[in-house]
Design a protein around this ligand. Structure first.
Ligand code: ATP
Length: 215
């Protein structure tokens, strides 16, 4: 079965923390594809600093030339914020016979029971939790029970089933955050070595982080 990873984020801007995580998962989980999916922006509200087209252009530039990395602009084209479950429904409709792996960070996973219709999410996709080396999975509470029920240590489960498993994988953590990158640029410093040069060039051309960050 073809297995697709889905890596969502605001990517404001995309940086090597995102790219290294995506690359390690692509290789370790033997994904056929890692789809970067920049989040949409609610109309008439400034929730990101760079606008949707700039964030999309940066993600495209970062993925250029990397086999297996693709860009999915459905959330940006849709406009407004969408629940993960709604996005996954549209992906499932587009890829009815594929295995879909939604990549989430540990913070997001720990909040899973608060996600909108999270049980349906697991009917639509697997969850792959990327975490820091040394972290231990919750063994008690609702997430502990969920992991007993849905957790797997078998990568093959992600390829043999289309959805429904939770797989936890340790990835190298680079302490880079988009917020810190924006602050650095707003102070007039160079983000070299924190992101691909092609992304730096777009930031330079558009001047999208020159003023003080809004968040
Ligand atoms: P911000 O600082 O604005 O919150 P961010 O750097 O966390 O941004 P997002 O676009 O919000 O970037 O992140 C998208 C996804 O990438 C999230 O799942 C997040 O947990 C993960 N992520 C962010 N930074 C890193 C990093 N340094 N290493 C690994 N994963 C990361």
């Amino acid at each position: 079965m073809t297995t697709i990873g889905i890596f969502g984020g605001t990517f404001d801007p995309i940086h090597f923390g995102h790219l290294r995580t995506a690359f390690e998962l692509l290789q370790a989980l033997r994904l056929n594809e890692m789809r970067f999916m920049p989040a949409g922006t609610p109309p008439h509200r400034d929730t990101t600093v760079a606008d949707a087209e700039q964030r999309l252009a940066m993600v495209k530039a970062a993925c250029e030339g990397q086999p297996g990395f693709t860009v999915d602009d459905r959330e940006i084209r849709r406009e407004g914020l969408s629940y993960s479950v709604d996005t996954m429904r549209t992906l499932r409709a587009d890829f009815p016979d594929h295995s879909l792996c939604l990549i989430v960070g540990m913070d997001a996973f720990l909040g899973l029971p608060k996600w909108h219709q999270w049980r349906e999410l697991l009917e639509l996709a697997h969850l792959v939790v990327a975490h820091r080396p040394g972290w231990r999975a919750p063994s008690m509470g609702p997430l502990g029970e969920l992991l007993v029920d849905r957790g797997t240590g078998r990568i093959n489960d992600l390829h043999e089933q289309r959805a429904g498993c939770i797989y936890i994988h340790a990835v190298t953590q680079l302490e880079i955050s988009s917020t810190e990158v924006r602050k650095l640029i707003a102070m007039g410093r160079d983000p070299r070595y924190l992101m691909p040069d092609s992304v730096r060039a777009i930031i330079e051309q558009t001047g999208c982080y020159k003023s003080q960050p809004k968040r």
